[in-house]
Design a protein around this ligand. Structure first.
Ligand code: PLP
Length: 449
């Protein structure tokens, strides 16, 4: 095997994602992961670490599951590649589309495949533009998104992402408009949660009225915002947003790239956890548990009927849409989840994970621990009463994450927030270990401030 030095020498040619590229030039700043099994990963120094971020919110069933690896290999032996374009299809993509239609709520029965969450979201909006054009409403193109959203890094997806990421691109062509972030703890000062929800809905209604509903194609939202800091909206928010959209004939896209496939205890969270029926669900990540890059844009029958009517060429797709090996991984992953009842188990163990981490709220620099089940964010503050954050140059999240890693846990720093999104197969003992490592790490960082 290659030594850490060998790996990192070659790694200078690799451009990391979402990183301070300059800081990564320092010795010891990068970690090479060389192996993984179950809930754990191994680094190039031989350290075994709990994968507290599930790869990147995606390795839901755990690493190195033979069933998925064998399904991929078997598929490659039978049909290595064909695309689902023009008149061609293949049985594995077709079977996965049928399985997703069975699992997705309501009449979400038609599936377009892509190879990333970003692409799934781009596809959703492009499909709606096509849909409205076919309905004789080509001007109905605007998108309502939200501050704090993360929808991906392709041009359209980053435009729908919170403006801090998109560097002004969200203003391009005036297509994307951002509504308020539904974060009660930070933004609901002086209001009850119900009043805050009313205020969010009032703002949304004003924005719709000012842009003109006849110009708005859709609202896009994550059931729980992920990279925006794990923001759980107030009670009843999603159902009311969906009702408002329906009143104004605006389609609802639920970005379930993170929240699907068991992370919140169900295959999909929109209907089962939050009680609303979207017109489109986009998903990726847990769809294959990360074993292959695959995403799905799941459409209602009604949308599909319009885009598949006579005389309409559907000029959209990717070479790898419905890649056989990725589709095989998706099918095997879902079969494994069903066989082992992984989403159902995650309702109990995920709740334990959530309550264990929420127990860290007594620590002086922990402002809010939020999220649900296996999707948790810990926000650090300088002052618990004023909720003032630490100077960003202090890199408080990174400091805690580094301590965690020294103690055997990978967590993801995001400015002054720490994110945990582990595999869904953690034992109660491992959950207790994660809680203890976090408590020790935060306490040590506090002592060094
Ligand atoms: N949507 C959400 C909610 C995400 O968290 C992400 C990625 O983290 C994406 C979309 C983009 O997915 P991808 O990185 O596969 O393009």
């Amino acid at each position: 095997p290659k030594t850490t030095d060998d790996i990192l020498t070659e790694d200078v040619h690799l451009v990391q994602s979402f990183a301070d590229l300059n800081a990564l030039k320092q010795d010891g700043a990068r970690t090479a992961i060389v192996g993984a099994e179950g809930t754990m990963v191994t680094d190039s120094e031989g350290n075994e670490l709990i994968d507290g971020i599930g790869g990147l919110w995606c390795v839901n069933v755990g690493h190195k599951r033979r069933e998925i690896i064998e399904a991929i290999n078997q598929q490659l032996e039978t049909l290595d590649f064909y695309s689902t374009f023009y008149s061609f299809t293949h049985p594995t993509a077709a079977a996965l589309a049928a399985k997703l239609a069975e699992l997705a709520p309501g009449s979400l029965n038609k599936v377009h495949f892509g190879n990333s969450g970003s692409v799934a979201n781009d596809s959703a909006v492009r499909i709606l533009h096509h849909y409205y054009k076919r309905l004789g409403q080509p001007q109905k193109r605007k998108v309502l998104s939200r501050h704090g959203a993360y929808h991906g890094s392709t041009h359209l997806a980053i435009a729908m992402t919170t403006p801090e990421y998109s560097d002004g691109w969200h203003k391009a062509e005036g297509i994307v408009h951002h509504l308020r972030k539904p974060h009660y703890w930070r933004e609901g000062d002086g209001m009850t949660e119900a009043e805050f929800t009313d205020a969010l809905l009032d703002d949304m209604k004003s924005e719709i009225e000012s842009l003109g509903a006849e110009n708005i194609a859709c609202f896009i939202g994550e059931p729980i915002m992920g990279a925006g800091g794990v923001i759980v909206p107030p009670e009843g928010y999603h159902a009311r947003v969906a009702d408002l959209c329906r009143d104004y004939e605006i389609k609802v896209i639920s970005d379930e790239v993170v929240t699907a496939f068991g992370r919140l205890g169900h295959f999909f969270a929109s209907k089962d956890v939050f009680g609303f029926q979207p017109d489109i669900i986009t998903t990726a990540k847990g769809l294959t548990s990360g074993y292959q890059p695959l995403s799905a844009t799941i459409l209602s029958d009604e949308i599909h009927e319009v885009i598949s009517g006579p005389g309409a060429m559907f000029l959209h797709g990717m070479t790898y849409s419905g890649h056989p090996a990725a589709s095989a991984a998706g099918l095997a992953n879902i079969a494994l989840m069903e066989r082992d009842q992984i989403p159902q188990t995650a309702r109990t163990t995920g709740k334990l994970f959530e309550t264990t981490l929420k127990g860290l709220g007594d620590l002086d620099i922990v402002g809010e621990v939020r999220g649900s089940h296996f999707m948790i964010g810990i926000e650090f503050v300088k002052d618990k009463v004023s909720k003032e954050i630490f100077d960003p140059s202090l890199n408080i999240g990174l400091k805690v994450a580094q301590k965690c890693q020294e103690k055997g846990l990978i967590a993801r720093p995001l400015g002054h927030i720490l994110i945990l999104s582990p595999t869904l197969i953690l034992s109660p003992e491992q959950i207790a270990t994660i809680g203890a490592i976090l408590r020790e790490s935060i306490t040590e960082v506090m002592a060094e401030l």
